[in-house]
Design a protein around this ligand. Structure first.
Ligand code: ZN
Length: 266
């Protein structure tokens, strides 16, 4: 895929910066953007000149998450089978392909980083956040889902905070994220792009093979603890929630009410 519409792909020396680019929609991740992100990460993986990948968002927000309006207009009447297939490919596999990329990845986060976007940001190896950044997964309150499709929460936040943020839908700001180790660096908004790029360039000075091995070893620690099996089990549970009567009742209020509920739950 060469003609990106909803992202941009920049080569900056040894760094590739992929930017979600629908700022007028708070970078809501529609199907096209998700396909383009997957193609862009695959291109960065293949490109030998690329050593480190940055995932960013244009405008005031990293991303508000999946494009709920598109989902409700295109897939409101999807069968259980159709929804499972769609989410397994576009949400679950696409996310894990970012997690499994052989090169270091950095999420560059400002403003909102919510639900599906919170999930994608946490597939990256490091997160650099500006002081105004906030993270939330409000889908339990707004959609009667236990959490988004990939249950990264206990690994990124610890079990107790994961329960807190899912049960309440509340926001985690950049400082709280830093204090629990989910966020790697907090920087002023005006310095976010430059500091993220400087970090990427510093990492890119190291041997790419050694970086690949370090990432492989670290990710294997989680796999040996059952990470992937736990994620797969949660994905199935998440699909069950979509088919629940509670979820159906909430969806009858329409997209705007669910988006508003998500914000209220932040
Ligand atoms: Zn879902």
């Amino acid at each position: 895929m060469n003609n990106y519409q909803n992202i941009t792909y920049e080569q900056i020396g040894p760094v590739v910066r992929i930017t979600q680019n629908r700022p007028e929609r708070r970078n809501a991740q529609d199907e096209r953007m998700l396909d383009e992100l997957d193609a862009a990460f695959a291109a960065a993986e293949r490109d030998e000149a690329c050593r480190v990948v940055i995932l960013a968002g244009a405008g005031d927000h990293f991303s508000a998450g999946h494009d709920i309006k598109e989902g409700m207009s295109k897939r409101a009447n999807a069968t259980v089978e159709e929804r499972f297939a769609f989410e397994e490919e576009k949400y679950f596999r696409y996310s894990l392909r970012i997690f499994d990329l052989s090169k270091p990845t950095i999420a560059q986060v400002q403003g909102a980083c919510v639900a599906g976007a919170f999930m994608v940001a946490n597939m990256c190896d490091l997160i650099v956040a500006s002081e105004d950044a906030y993270f939330a997964d409000p889908v339990l309150h707004s959609f009667a889902s236990p959490a988004v499709e990939v249950l990264f929460h206990p690994y990124a936040l610890g079990l107790r905070l994961a329960k807190d943020v899912l049960f309440t839908g509340r926001r985690i700001d950049a400082r709280e994220g830093l204090s629990v180790g989910m966020v790697s660096r907090v920087v002023p908004r005006i310095e976010l792009e430059a500091q993220t790029l400087a970090l990427a360039e510093h990492i890119a000075e190291a041997s790419p093979f050694a970086l690949k091995l370090a990432k492989r070893s670290l990710n294997r620690v989680l796999d040996l603890q059952g990470f992937r099996e736990a994620l797969s089990a949660h994905f199935d549970t998440h699909q069950l929630a979509h088919a629940s009567s509670a979820a159906r009742t909430l969806l009858e209020g329409g997209a705007d009410s669910r988006i508003a509920a998500g914000k209220a739950g932040d």
